[in-house]
Design a protein around this ligand. Structure first.
Ligand SMILES: *Cc1c(COP(=O)(O)O)cnc(C)c1O
Length: 235
């Protein structure tokens, strides 16, 4: 084993412990919270180490990086697309991803449905909601999310599994707690509609800076990069 990769195990242990404590504070078990290791910009050897440590869910935000790593990382693992998805790139990932977290417009949902249909598969998706209204963030506005989900329920080759949001960066994550609680309340609300082709069981909320608050507010899927791999180096 390569000693210089041991930091990943230490970081992972620490993140897991923090997830466990936050889960307890929200009256849940850490088993109910899925950790997605966000591997964008991370080298394959570090990704393999992470898989060896038992983390099989990997998140990428770019199609090209995801498909490149999909070919290189020759292991059984689950790829999550967590970043903005252009409609013309759906075809490259449709049969490779476990979950698309970033459906933010109806045309994208329609294209995913069409491509899924031609592959004879059903694809799990989350609707990305821009709760804070921050302009730099993708996602459908909370006020428009219901209508979008209702229309999406007509697409029989996608299964709406829930919602994803990115909170604005905050020095103090307490100041963005409302982002997570609003989306949780909304998801509880819309679950009552019992729409077709939906199975609203996932709330993908929380990154390195705010995952504990997100879990306290009901997140059951956290997307963590920096706290596992260190600061990203973009080349
Ligand atoms: C990069 C990224 C993350 C991980 O961010 P960290 O702060 O490094 O944990 C989570 N979600 C999305 C959508 C991202 O693009």
């Amino acid at each position: 084993m390569d000693d210089k990769l041991d930091f990943i195990k230490r970081n992972l242990d620490s993140v897991m412990e923090r997830i466990e404590k936050a889960a307890q504070r929200s009256g849940r078990n850490a088993r109910d919270i899925k950790l997605i290791a966000v591997t964008k910009t991370v080298e394959p050897e570090k990704i393999l180490k992470t898989i060896d440590e038992g983390i099989l869910d990997l998140g990428e935000n770019r199609v090209q990086e995801l498909t490149g790593k999909y070919d290189i990382i020759d292991r059984k693992c689950n790829w999550h697309l967590i970043g903005h998805l252009q409609t013309n790139k759906v075809k490259y990932i449709i049969d490779k991803v476990k979950l698309i977290h970033s459906v933010d417009r109806l045309e994208l949902a329609q294209e995913i449905n069409k491509r899924a249909q031609s592959h004879g598969i059903t694809v799990d998706v989350l609707v990305q909601v821009n709760v804070s209204g921050e302009e730099s963030k993708f996602g459908v506005a909370l006020e428009e999310a219901r209508e979008m989900v209702e229309k999406m329920s007509a697409f029989s080759n996608i299964r709406i599994r829930g919602f994803m949001t990115m909170a604005p960066f905050a020095e103090n994550p307490e100041s963005i707690r409302y982002v997570f609680s609003k989306l949780r309340d909304f998801s509880i609300d819309i679950r009552k509609e019992n729409l077709d082709n939906n199975n609203m069981d996932i709330l993908s909320m929380g990154m390195s800076n705010d995952f504990e608050v997100a879990i306290e507010e009901g997140s059951n899927m956290v997307r963590i990069g920096t706290a596992l791999f260190g600061k990203r180096i973009y080349t």
